[in-house]
Design a protein around this ligand. Structure first.
Ligand code: HEC
Ligand code: HEC
Length: 292
């Protein structure tokens, strides 16, 4: 009797494993196909003047948009993650040193990457949040490009990304923005310039950088990946609704909330938000407060 039960349990488990393997093989094949797909977009021109005002705006944007978090403080790229479940995720060297962008990488190539999420060959950029950079104003995009083009070349060859099973499954289930090219409304024209007056409109524009984790309506939700904490609601319905502007700014500068919780930079990138100006943080506060 016991033998029989064991036999049947073994068979059921075996069948289950086979199904799991087949499902994973399918997921892996599907993601592979989507990664190999070639895209073509009409080249777009953007005037990028190398003047001082634009360069310092670019430097600020590169800090507050998290470019340096992924691409490293000198933007020479880095291996962001390397483990068995997630695989190896590598952010490109954005300088023109060894292992960096090719010498002929033009402004049009920059715009293609930031607007459409593909490289000069039309291949999807993996994990590059182009679904967010595509919403930058033309002026801000020009500032970022001008600054990046002015970077000193850093010789830093990097290995290629190699996706692990957890990343493939999460990307397949749309729980991870692996292929931003698929998320972008490619026909949407760039706005020339955005409002620089403190207020809700400016906050909304800036909150694009929060939406990747806090959600498009900033109402939070599930953890961004297994092992991370759930993402809080930062509209007036959450803690933020009870905070003053000064408390909000302090939280985003120090990572310490008025409730006394120290946020870890790994979960909530407050070292990035610390670099926003007062005006920018005040605008984000107003925008968060404006959402019911
Ligand atoms: C979440 C991490 C992350 C952030 C934030 C990020 N990048 Fe990237 N970026 C990547 C990764 C990873 C790649 C490599 C993609 C690949 O090789 O498929 C990449 C690729 C690129 C490329 C493409 C180079 C090429 O081969 O054509 C450019 C340009 C770029 N990033 C610029 C930026 C700029 C500018 C910012 C800030 C506005 C930024 N990135 C923010 C992760 C990031
Ligand atoms: C990489 C994901 C990520 C990004 C990007 C991000 N956050 Fe967060 N944020 C989190 C997580 C996760 C927590 C909760 C951390 C914890 O519980 O330890 C958090 C916590 C917070 C809190 C504290 C809320 C509370 O109830 O205590 C505020 C405020 C906040 N974030 C604002 C922002 C703003 C504003 C932006 C954009 C400028 C932003 N976050 C961008 C992931 C993110």
């Amino acid at each position: 009797m016991v033998k029989k039960i064991l036999k049947w349990t073994g068979l059921v488990l075996g069948a289950f494993l086979v199904i799991l393997c087949l499902a994973y093989a399918y997921v892996s094949y599907d993601i592979g196909q989507r990664m190999e797909k070639k895209y073509t977009f009409a080249p777009e021109r953007l005037d990028v003047a190398q003047d001082q005002a634009l360069l310092s705006r670019g430097k600020h944007l590169v800090a507050i948009k998290g470019c340096t978090d992924c691409h490293g403080p000198d933007l020479a790229g880095k291996v962001m993650i390397e483990d068995r479940a997630l695989g190896r995720l590598v952010a490109a060297n954005l300088t023109k040193g060894q292992g960096g962008l090719p010498a002929h990488y033009s402004t049009t190539d920059w715009v293609r990457a930031l607007r459409h999420g593909v490289d000069p060959n039309g291949k999807a950029l993996l994990f590059m949040p182009s679904h967010e950079t595509t919403l930058l104003s033309a002026q801000d995009m020009a500032a970022i490009i001008a600054y990046c083009q002015s970077l000193a070349p850093v010789d830093k060859p990097l290995p290629a990304s190699d996706l692990g099973p957890v990343v493939k499954v999460m990307a397949y289930l749309d729980k991870m923005p692996l292929l931003s090219v698929e998320k972008i409304d490619h026909g949407k024209p760039m706005v020339a310039q955005v409002d620089t007056v403190e207020g809700v409109a400016m906050g909304k524009y800036l909150a694009v950088s929060c939406s990747g984790c806090h959600g498009t309506n900033l109402q939070g939700g599930d953890p961004v990946a297994p092992g991370f904490p759930p993402v809080p609601n930062i509209t007036r319905a959450g803690h933020v609704g009870k905070w003053t502007k000064v408390q909000f700014i302090q939280t985003l500068r120090t990572g310490k909330t008025p409730e006394g919780k120290q946020l870890s930079n790994e979960n909530m990138p407050w070292k990035m938000t610390a670099q926003y100006t007062d005006k920018e943080l005040a605008s984000l506060y107003q925008y968060c407060q404006s959402i019911q």
